[in-house]
Ligand binder design. Structure first.
Ligand SMILES: Cc1cc2nc3c(=O)[nH]c(=O)nc-3n(C[C@H](O)[C@H](O)[C@H](O)COP(=O)(O)OP(=O)(O)OC[C@H]3O[C@@H](n4cnc5c(N)ncnc54)[C@H](O)[C@@H]3O)c2cc1C
Length: 422
């Protein structure tokens, strides 16, 4: 047994957004835990992530509001446009929408660094062990035993603990162990190209923009860092999404090629933004397929459970991937606080979160907020409209947005009324 672990420890497998939030939350609940991460060095990888008010509430309860506010952009509105640059729908977001918590648009690397810094400061530098890829977790009535390999592929000493939580992302080894027949993530039929461009503020300077539609090309554009230079430029995160029969490779760091997607946006010259110029000016472009998995009936098997993308990978059409991982972490820590470091706590967590996230995964497939764009695209045949009222009633677009908020857990009243997890 590893000397540093005690039988009451929780073993967290993966130091991504979910795993690090779980470590902070367990610590807040007075429970000892340790994070084992596969990569040797955690680098600020990825591009932008949105944290909606339900996730920011949890990070606020962890005392991270100020640190996040210092690097992230407080999103003020969500706006939807056609591929011709015509406004379809807009609504305020975060504090501007009356929430008690802001909506943050942030670089994934900044978010992970803030979480990692807080874990090391509060739990000690030894609480995150890198270069340890978990390959299997066995269990008996009292304990789990996790096996690891190092960066060179060689076996490392096994680690025992009372509970193990697989926070190991979309390629989860623990999910594969629990559901060996499942197969790889399911391709949605859409590929994504993601980039970051240094650019002048667009629209309000705090707008989450969605435009176009998947069949012909859709863009998601939002700032993730303010005032990065003396000219007042921002870091603008953008994602181009296009239906395609062939999936891109599932590698978060794979470089994309402009010629594979830029033609779909070549004529997007709006009076409020020159989209091809924004794309061409990107520092770099990453390619990734839009994938998810069919929801699982349960994640908890005795003393082992799953969390975040390992538990419920979802297509990123509702800004909820990181948020649901954060809420899983809070729910799990709350269950452990109430029921002790026991398998029963994991069963309670399962009961709270499997059904809730199943609804989000399925809604992200069929009717996420960008269904607003689908409605207008289908009703106009992708052509310009004269009057939006003649195309679609505003109330039905508002209903798409409001339904999603309820399903994903950030309806303003519902969120205000909900008790804290911890
Ligand atoms: C490098 C990277 C870049 C990303 N970029 C974006 C992005 O730009 N935009 C976006 O919306 N989402 C991105 N994501 C996904 C996003 O972080 C998640 O959808 C979301 O935050 C849920 O977090 P998670 O903790 O469940 O998973 P992740 O944040 O994916 O974290 C999983 C962690 O587990 C580690 N791990 C994997 N296998 C093992 C193992 N066997 N043993 C131990 N550790 C393991 C991984 O290295 C990673 O640190 C990225 C994920 C990664 C890993």
């Amino acid at each position: 047994m590893n000397d540093a672990t005690r039988p009451d420890d929780v073993l967290i497998l993966g130091a991504g957004i979910g795993g690090l939030t779980l470590a902070l939350s367990l610590h807040q609940a007075g429970v000892r835990c340790r994070v084992h991460e596969a990569v040797s060095v955690l680098k600020p990888l990825g591009v932008g992530i949105n944290l909606l008010p339900h996730a920011v509430r949890e990070l606020t309860e962890l005392g991270l509001l100020e640190a996040l506010g210092a690097v992230a952009v407080r999103t003020a509105e969500a706006v939807f446009y056609t591929r011709h640059g015509q406004l379809v729908f807009s609504e305020p977001a975060g504090l501007a929408a009356g929430y008690d918590w802001p909506q943050f648009s942030i670089h994934r690397g900044d978010l992970q660094s803030i979480l990692l810094g807080a874990v090391k400061e509060r739990l000690g530098p030894e609480s995150v062990v890198c270069g340890q890829r978990c390959v299997a977790v066995e269990q008996d009535a009292d304990m789990v035993t996790a096996s690891f390999t190092g960066p060179d592929g060689r076996s490392l000493p096994a680690v025992r603990a009372a509970l193990a939580v697989g926070c190991d992302g979309i390629h989860s080894a623990l999910r594969r162990q629990l559901y060996p027949a499942e197969g790889p993530p399911r391709y949605s039929g859409v590929n994504m190209w993601r980039g970051i461009t240094r650019w002048q503020p667009i629209l309000s300077g705090a707008s989450m923009i969605r435009a176009g539609w998947l069949s012909v090309g859709k863009m998601v554009i939002y700032p993730i860092r303010d005032a990065i230079d003396a000219d007042g430029n921002q870091l603008i995160n953008w994602v181009a999404e296009i239906e395609s029969t062939t999936p891109a490779q599932r590698d978060w760091t794979r470089a994309g090629r402009l010629e594979d997607f830029l033609p779909a946006f070549e004529d997007w010259h709006f009076d409020w933004l020159d989209v091809p110029a924004l794309i061409r000016a990107a520092d770099s472009v990453l390619e990734y397929p839009m994938v998810d998995q069919d929801p699982l009936p349960r994640w908890t098997h005795g003393r082992l459970t799953l969390l975040g993308d390992a538990a419920h990978p979802m297509v990123p059409r509702g800004s909820n991937g990181a948020g649901q991982a954060i809420i899983d972490a809070r729910s799990l820590a709350g269950a452990v606080k109430r029921l002790g470091v026991t398998g029963q706590a994991l069963t309670d967590y399962d009961a709270q979160r499997v059904r809730a996230t199943t609804d989000v995964v399925l809604t992200n497939r069929r009717n996420p907020p960008d269904a607003i764009l689908r409605e207008v695209f289908e009703r106009t045949g992708g052509q310009r409209f004269e009057r939006l009222d003649d195309v679609v009633p505003l109330a039905s677009l508002q209903a798409i947005s409001d339904d999603y908020k309820r399903i994903a857990g950030f309806d303003p009243e519902q969120l205000k009324a909900r008790a804290s997890y911890l």
